[in-house]
Ligand binder design. Structure first.
Ligand code: SAH
Ligand code: SF4
Length: 436
């Protein structure tokens, strides 16, 4: 989502004037930080990064330094108090107002801040998605993100998102379809529908009815030129029968479901207010697998939630065995200011939590590897995303089950679907050979 927002920030500035992107801070007239506050580590990084650009501001007083994203939303003027050389503070829902904020800063000489939630206005003010990102970069990757909803109204007790991005709000169906058609016309074949909780999508149809994510996916799948559809992130509580059914009758839907579970302990899940039990989660997975037996199921885990006992942790490890997750993300619980979990009693030591996290990661890694090894010898349909960073003769592409594969091929294949035979796997990378 942050990558998507960063692209939007670029689009908004480009639409308003002659803007050239640079990766070199010393050359810049405007330096923008798009921030994340999901965990404390991400948040602290912002202040150390700001400290690093401070000397540039001293040397060039006209330089504009802006902080956007969820840290801006959460901290507001505290950012200015900690870093008084910051000029502009904007939230995830006000990034479209950035040109005005910068102009107001230049005219007034005073710090400007707008971290409000003006709801759908942001989407209405964004230019149509364009593919070119950084100057000189591969312009067409063939895969693009389309945001379909913003915010979250779930209020899981550990999470800061509902406070920083506001309530769930969906874009009207026609607006999403316009973006998708525009991207397809530019050669995009793979669309990832984005949102904090995409399966809470409730978009307005032009006949006044409200449509769900299943309807949206079906409509997009019916468009010529769309070859593969992904969505993220979804919430287990809203994996509706209508959505699950798509895995039977919509072959364009990728063979991968990222469904964050967080914990395998019903007690912890209840304290997190996730709204499901481990059994209910497994039942969703069983239904999906009944329709797509080889689908890759990936997840997010939080280890060390306040009061997590040894038994709770073992329940998570058991869930991992029961579901046999593919590539997953695991995080040490990080207390976020203002969230209910930050007030919960927590007696478990840091060492114990780290040991649990290590054990969980090791098991997830083993599972990932065994899935990768099973892919060796198969032929995969791969969307070529870009030229490999390590070797210019090589391409990097994504399989249907969301794995990156490196293989030798010409740059002209970037943005196209090709068949690749998987030949080997090492660490987290698959290698292959193009099948012609
Ligand atoms: N909406 C998605 C997840 C969004 S946040 C969902 O509900 O599943 C992405 C991931 O960050 C979460 O799945 C969770 O694993 C992790 N996360 C969120 N808040 C966290 C916190 N306070 N500490 C540690 N990890 C956290
Ligand atoms: Fe955060 Fe996801 Fe829960 Fe929303 S559903 S509060 S984004 S973890």
């Amino acid at each position: 989502m942050n990558e998507y927002d960063s692209d939007k920030i670029t689009d908004v500035l480009r639409a308003k004037g002659d803007v050239v992107l640079t990766e070199r801070a010393e050359e810049a007239d405007i330096i923008l930080f798009n921030t994340c506050s999901i965990r404390e580590k991400a948040e602290e990084k912002v202040f150390s990064d700001l400290g690093r650009v401070r000397p540039l501001k001293l040397a060039k007083p006209d330089l504009i330094i802006g902080v956007g994203g969820c840290v801006a939303s959460q901290e507001g003027m505290t950012i200015f108090r900690r870093a008084p050389y910051v000029d502009v503070i904007f939230g995830p829902q006000t990034l479209h107002r950035l040109p005005e904020l910068i102009a107001a800063r230049r005219a007034s000489g005073r710090v400007q801040m707008d971290i409000s939630f003006p709801e759908i206005e942001k989407f209405d003010s964004l230019p149509t998605p364009a593919l070119s990102k950084t100057e000189g970069a591969q312009t067409n990757s063939g895969a693009a993100f389309v945001s379909i909803m913003e915010g979250c109204s779930k209020f899981c007790t550990f999470c800061v998102v509902p406070y920083t991005r506001g309530d769930e709000i969906s874009r009207p169906l026609d607006d999403v379809l316009r973006d998708v058609r525009g991207l397809v016309a530019q050669g995009v074949g793979e669309i990832t529908l984005l949102g904090q909780n995409v399966n809470a999508y409730a978009g307005e149809h032009d006949d006044g009815e409200t449509v769900d994510l299943a309807y949206l996916i079906r409509t997009i799948a019916a468009l010529d030129g769309v070859q593969r559809i992904r969505y993220m992130t979804s919430h287990p509580r809203e994996m509706t029968p209508r959505l699950i059914e798509l895995y039977l009758d919509t072959p364009k839907l990728a063979n991968h479901l990222h469904l964050p579970v967080q914990s395998g302990s019903d007690r912890v899940l209840a304290n997190m207010q996730r709204g499901y039990t481990a059994l209910e989660y497994k039942s969703v997975i069983r239904k999906v697998r009944a329709l797509r037996p080889d689908i890759s199921i990936t997840s997010d885990f939080i280890v060390g939630f306040p009061g997590e006992t040894e038994n709770d942790f073992e329940a998570t490890m058991k869930l991992i065995e029961d579901v046999q997750f593919d590539v997953s993300f695991s995080f040490l619980y990080s207390p976020r200011p203002g969230t209910p979990a930050a007030e919960m009693a927590d007696e478990v030591s840091y060492e114990t939590k780290m040991a649990r996290l290590k054990r969980l990661k090791a098991r997830i890694d083993e599972l990932e590897n065994s899935y990768s090894e099973k892919m060796v010898g198969t032929v995969q349909r791969v969307m070529v995303e870009n030229i490999s960073k390590k070797d210019a003769r090589e391409l990097a592409g994504r399989t249907d089950n969301n794995r990156i594969v490196n293989f030798v091929g010409p740059a002209s294949l970037v943005g196209r679907f090709v068949e690749v035979a998987i030949t080997s796997v090492s660490m987290h990378t698959l290698r292959g050979e193009r099948v012609t």
